[in-house]
Design a protein around this ligand. Sequence first.
Ligand SMILES: [Zn+2]
Length: 365
Amino acid sequence: MPAMKNRELDLSEFPAGTVTEFTTLVCLACIFDIFTKQLGLAPRTAFSEIKRHTPEIEELTTRSAKRPYFDSDEKHPHCPYCKSAKRWLARFDTYCIEGGKTTDAPRRALLKKMPQSGDQFLVIEKKSDSRAVFFEWLDTLRLNLDLHDERWLLEATRNYLERRDAKTNWEEVFSEIRAVRRSTRLAEGWERDGTRLFLAPKIYGEALLIQYLVSRSQAHGGLTLEGRLTLMDLIRRLRYSGYLDQLGITEHEPGEVFEKLIDHLASTTDWSRVSAASNTASGVSTASDSDRISGVSTGSGSDRVKGSKQTTKKTAARKEPSKTKSKKTQPEPDEIIAESVKLHYIIDRRDFLDKVKSVYASYAA
Ligand SMILES: [Zn+2]
């Protein structure tokens, strides 16, 4: 096995938010114990059996692992079951790549670069749908945000914008943004005016929804740029702003409205191609009622959200907001359904293979 100096996979070519990383530890002492003591296998046989082993995707990506797997953030973790120290513990790194137009090319390039011999990597494809992918994304986002620091509202907004418009360098845009407001001037896209980011009402409404979804488990209702809102408050605002009409949501029962909103948020539509963004504001936006909300200040350059760093160059802002094109991005009522999405899992088995070898050596000695 060729020793690789740099064990990290280079994920910089993937748009932000399209790759989720999972790390799971497995205790080899526990595994060897099961094979040698409980099943009565000779160490040599146990070794060749264990070497072939790869946990199920569910075991690798769950937030609550079961024996002999476990999760730990500690620098010197111990097996929670048998207390074994680090040298008995092996690590599986799992990368889940959301299939789609923006990730196909970088994924193929990555697969080509990976060492092919000795099952060091395993690639597994799984069918999923936009809803499941969206909730997984939301979960990861929540884990990476510090909800006690009000800057999370801007971070959550940035993450959502990155998800919907991968072509814009949002990290750069947000480096100077201290407040996010609803624009009364824009019908589509966004614009920056000094330290303020103005979003078209539709996008602003979606940012509020994301904020609501991220924080709703914390307390009653959810926290948004417009303060704490219950689901009813939020739906009322979205209806009033014309957002529900735009999506063709005619239902009145809050639960039904909510389900449709989720499907819309989860849809894989990438509006970067139709975004009418001009990133330097020329006109002065008139004060909207959302202007009374004081902006949240951001620490400069702070980026606590773990994920693939976006390296896409900022493309020239497009001037024409093509009306016909932008209509396409608004699904008709009947089109709001969960779309099927392919997930590509890459399992890095290198640490596991190394550790199994060294643990076996100490068993056989
Ligand atoms: Zn153990």
